[in-house]
Each structure stands twice: as structure tokens, then as C-alpha cells.
Design a protein around this ligand. Structure first.
Ligand SMILES: *Cc1c(COP(=O)(O)O)cnc(C)c1O
Length: 367
């Protein structure tokens, strides 16, 4: 077979361990998964209500245009319906953008570490991927602007950045945009947008008027608590969306997912509560780290990257055996740390207790 060469060298995405797997492997009954930045409070009650009340003519295709969801989103965001492209998760929007713009004749610029799907899709399309190391968890926007050349067709920005939680300020973003040529698409992935509280975070939708080469990605998988339904979207100028739309599969957002997303959007009170709970949860981790003398990046997301100054894989394994699934920094480009999703107050207390235990055991060993 004449496979694309680059595909033969790629590994499929390695998801975090599932709860079932860990239960079986370690003979545990209670498992807390703090590995994929899902919402520990689930989703709005309105979602369950609307889905239960869905008449369900599941033998017909869903609305490929997702008219109602598109309109609800357009109204919520204050944009035109033609400015939105919907995806089977924002993962699919990343794939659509890569498919539309990347080829072996191009290169694409991104931070490192950042969300792995930018690089993954770039490689599949045969594009050269230029990774610019983060500085103190933040995008090196100067380095990224310098890396742009005549072959560059897409730049990926992730704000707040996964896995560091560090955001790009409005001032930094506009200064960067001023340096990017008009024919280079800038993808601003704001998967954690609703968790952000920083005053200097950009009102990115507003910036779309000014920058025709900007597309914003958001998702229902994180604060909205609908990761299982797979709904994400891109927001850009109508011209950009018009070109991307033919690269989208016709029925990519399924019928129940559309219902769920509309219902989730209606309950903004739930979102606000989750944002507040998350801030309180982050505070629990900050206090633990400060007390234990561990360094971390203050986070605008619902996760925190903690440096344990030792093999992150060991910390990961120790916590796993105590029923806490986190993400080892090894796979995330921070080999001495772990990334922990902020859970409920009790879940945070539990994982902090286990991390404290790790530090005590570790200290005893190294004596
Ligand atoms: C989780 C995440 C996504 C993927 O979201 P889906 O909508 O579930 O595909 C995209 N970007 C970043 C930075 C994420 O953390």
C-alpha cells in the first residue's frame, strides 16, 4: 500500500486510563479521574431534562447545518450564524483546518508543549511542524512570530495553554497579530475560555473584526460538561467559514449532541457556579504547593501543572495506586511534573492528601 510515510511513524492518541481499567488493575472501588480536564460537576440539569424530553426520531439524519444550535450560539456570542463552524468536538475543527491549509509545501507554527492535536494533524498532512518552546509556561510569541516564513500557513495559539494553564494577554495577542502576515491563519484555541478570570484576557470575538486571519476555537467538552457528546466550534469571519465548510462532514454533530449543547448553553448560571468552584479548587492546590514548596504555574484553566522535581511518572503511578488518575508530565513535555484537573472540593482534598503522602515517602527514601 502507498501509505503516507508520516502516518507509519505516528502513534494513535493515548487517552488517559479509564476508570474501569484502573479499578480492575489495582482492585480499587473508588476512582477519581482528574486526567482529562472534564467538569467534575457533570453538566447542567437542563441537559438531562431536554434529552429525556427529546422526541427522538433517530432514524433520520440530524440537521447538518445545526440550525437551532448555530442560532443559539450566534446569539450567545454576538456573531452572525455564518461566522460559526460546528465540529464533532473542537478536535474535528483542528482536523478541518489542517486539511484545508496544510500540505507538504507548507509549515505550521505552534508552542511546545501545547495541545498535541495541532502537531498530530500537521504531520498527517505532511506539513513541517515548527515547535517553539514555551517560556515560564507562556507562548514565546516573539519566537513564534520570528519562525513564520513564506511557507507558513497556520499558527496555533492555545490560551490558556494546555498543559500549563498560562494565558495570552490582549496586549500580547494584538502585538503578535500585527506581526503575522494576512495570509497566515492564526488559530486561537480557547477550550477553557469560560474558566478564565484574568482581566487582561482578550475579548477575542471582538478582535475578529480587525483580524480577518483569526479563528477562535471553543468547546462544549470542558466547562459545559459534555465531553461525551463531542461538540466544539470555530468562530471566524464569514469568508473564512465559507471556505472551511465544504471540508466539514455533512452530519458531523449528531442529533442528541445538538439538543444537549443547546440545553447546556441555556444554563449560564451553572457555568458561573462551575467557574467559581474551579477558582476555589485552584486555591486548594496553590496552598498545598506553597506549603510543600512545589512550583506550579498559576492557571486560568481547570487544571494545574505541578513540578515535583522528580520523575512525573513516579508521582503518577503513586497516585494511580491510590485511586487518583492524573496526567503524567512525561507525555506532556514536563517530565518532572504532573497535570491535575481541578475536581470537587472533596476530590481535591483527596488527591492533595495522596500527594502529601508521596512527598513524605519520597523524602524518607532520599534520606
Ligand atoms: C480538550 C481540548 C480540546 C478538545 O476539545 P473537544 O471539543 O473535546 O474536541 C481542544 N483544545 C484544547 C486545548 C483542549 O484542552
Amino acid at each position: 500500500m502507498r501509505w503516507k510515510d508520516q502516518l507509519l511513524k505516528l502513534k494513535p492518541y493515548q487517552p488517559g486510563k479509564t476508570i474501569g481499567e484502573v479499578k480492575r488493575q489495582y482492585n480499587l472501588t473508588d476512582i477519581v479521574k482528574l486526567a482529562s480536564n472534564e467538569n467534575p460537576f457533570g453538566s447542567s440539569e437542563n441537559v438531562k431534562r431536554k434529552i429525556a424530553g427529546n422526541p427522538g426520531s433517530y432514524s433520520v439524519y440530524p440537521d447538518g447545518y445545526a440550525f437551532e444550535l448555530r442560532n443559539a450560539l450566534a446569539e450567545h456570542l454576538g456573531v452572525k450564524e455564518g461566522q460559526i463552524i460546528l465540529g464533532n468536538g473542537s478536535d474535528e475543527i483542528i482536523q478541518i483546518i489542517a486539511r484545508a491549509l496544510l500540505s507538504p509545501q507548507t509549515n505550521t507554527v505552534m508552542a511546545a508543549p501545547t495541545f498535541p492535536q495541532y502537531k498530530h494533524n500537521g504531520i498527517i498532512e505532511g506539513s513541517e511542524t515548527k515547535e517553539i518552546p514555551v517560556v515560564n509556561g507562556a507562548h514565546d510569541l516573539d519566537g513564534m512570530a520570528t519562525a513564520i516564513d513564506h511557507q507558513t500557513s497556520v499558527v496555533w495559539l492555545c490560551s490558556p495553554n494546555n498543559p500549563t494553564g498560562v494565558h495570552i494577554t490582549e496586549e500580547e495577542l494584538t502585538a503578535f497579530m500585527a506581526r503575522v502576515p494576512d495570509d497566515v491563519l492564526v488559530v486561537l484555541d480557547e477550550a477553557y475560555y469560560e474558566y478564565v478570570v484574568a482581566d487582561d484576557f482578550p475579548d477575542s470575538i471582538h478582535l475578529l473584526d480587525q483580524y480577518k486571519n483569526l479563528i477562535i476555537l471553543r468547546t462544549f467538552s470542558k466547562i459545559y460538561g459534555l465531553a461525551g457528546f463531542r461538540v466544539g466550534y470555530g468562530i471566524a469571519n464569514e469568508d473564512t467559514i465559507r471556505v472551511l465548510e465544504p471540508a466539514r462532514e455533512p452530519f458531523n454533530v449528531n442529533a442528541l449532541a445538538q439538543t444537549a449543547a443547546i440545553a447546556a448553553l441555556e444554563d449560564q448560571k451553572f457555568i458561573e457556579e462551575c467557574r467559581n468552584e474551579n477558582r476555589a479548587g485552584l486555591q486548594q492546590f496553590y496552598e498545598f504547593c506553597d506549603h510543600a514548596g512545589l512550583t506550579y504555574f498559576p492557571s486560568q484553566g481547570n487544571f494545574i501543572l505541578i513540578d515535583f522535581n522528580t520523575d512525573g511518572q513516579e508521582v503518577f503511578q503513586f497516585l494511580l495506586e491510590r485511586g487518583y488518575i492524573v496526567r503524567s508530565g512525561t507525555a506532556l513535555g514536563f517530565p518532572t511534573g504532573i497535570r491535575v484537573t481541578v475536581g470537587s472540593k472533596e476530590q481535591n482534598e483527596g488527591v492533595i492528601k495522596a500527594m502529601t503522602e508521596f512527598l513524605n515517602v519520597d523524602a524518607a527514601i532520599s534520606k
